[in-house]
Design a protein around this ligand. Structure first.
Ligand SMILES: [Zn+2]
Ligand SMILES: [Zn+2]
Length: 334
């Protein structure tokens, strides 16, 4: 008897859909790729054919320039890949355009989640639970210790720090794709309607989100602003700018950072973060285990993060599971 799901094969640089010769989020250039979302560890340039959602293709266009061989797949559209394999992109709730990929072949259904979260996010479509035989889940925060608080609580802490420090700028490090826009949209939802200031590196992705229908309110560039005008203002920058010379143009900035890793105190200290905001675009432990239970697949493959604890959890629950060792996935996004 052939091994179950032998038509999808984990290789070190990605998942290979063998009969159609497609790769999912390959870490090196291939002829035919399916890309779950625009983060750099999933979306790379240089493939012959790239199938992704229109939003992901637009994000890749901003990052890599317009690619030859880009083919858009709408959420829910069943795309033939050849040799009896079909792919359907299903929303993953991670960042704008992010998708799980449902593969169907020979009567079997495989869902590859890419990165995902279950918490609500005003900047993207929610995760859709999709029944399948094999569920390939990410495990970035796959330890019971990881628990992401409600985002409203973290936004309230940020606004409170601003109120308490009218003479200082609040400088928030956030990844340029997804985290920055979610942070801004949540500040708007909390009633913060004043201008939010951006490091130049954040501008293009914020504009693209707005073009794709995600309103972010009044955004201004820090460049050219007199230092004093930024007292009491919220400034969003890439995490790498928190501790570089660039931040000296701000009045006594309070360094904040929006990341799931901010739950780890040592990480916050390392990055000199005074105001750690635990805001993640991934599922935490509870959401990972709830999702596996809800999808209830015959088999689960675990990849992209801390695989051992989730593997053990599956085994204790009599769930068939296996940890994959794929390379090239670093948390650009968290
Ligand atoms: Zn990722
Ligand atoms: Zn991601």
């Amino acid at each position: 008897m052939a091994a179950a799901f032998s038509w999808i094969r984990p290789e070190p640089w990605g998942l290979h859909v063998v009969p159609a010769d497609f790769w999912i989020d390959p870490a090196r250039p291939v002829d035919s790729a399916l890309v779950t979302h625009g983060h750099a560890d999933h979306a790379r340039g240089g493939h012959g054919l790239t199938i992704a959602t229109p939003e992901t293709l637009a994000i890749m266009g901003v990052r890599y320039g317009v690619a030859e061989g880009a083919q858009a797949a709408l959420y829910g559209e069943r795309v033939p890949l050849g040799n009896g394999v079909h792919a359907t992109f299903v929303s993953a709730g991670h960042v704008l355009g992010s998708a799980q990929i449902l593969l169907e072949h020979a009567g079997e259904r495989i869902v590859v989640t890419g990165d995902y979260k279950r918490a609500a996010d005003p900047t993207c479509m929610p995760f859709a639970v999709t029944p399948c035989d094999l569920f390939v889940t990410e495990a970035t925060f796959g330890l019971p210790v990881f628990k992401h608080p409600p985002i409203e609580q973290e936004i309230a802490r940020l606004l409170e720090a601003r109120r308490a420090n009218p003479d200082r700028a609040i400088l928030v490090g956030a990844y340029a794709l997804g985290k920055a826009q979610r942070l801004i949209a949540e500040l708007r939802r909390a009633g913060h309607n004043e201008p939010i200031y951006l490091h130049g590196a954040m501008e293009r992705m914020c504009r693209l989100y707005e073009e794709l229908g995600v309103p972010l309110g009044d955004l201004q560039l820090v460049a050219g602003m007199p230092k004093g005008a930024l007292a009491g203002q919220i400034v969003v920058c890439p995490p790498s700018a928190l501790n570089d010379r660039w931040s000296r143009r701000l009045p006594e900035p309070i360094n904040a950072m929006a990341s799931g890793w901010m739950q780890v105190r040592q990480r916050a200290r390392q990055k000199n973060v005074e105001l750690p905001l635990v805001i993640s675009d991934h599922a935490d432990w509870q959401a990972l285990t709830d999702t596996i239970a809800e999808v209830n697949p015959a088999e689960t493959w675990i990849t992209h993060g801390r695989e051992e604890a989730l593997l053990r959890w599956c085994q204790l629950g009599q769930r068939r599971a296996r940890a994959l060792a794929l390379v090239g996935y670093e948390d650009e996004d968290d």
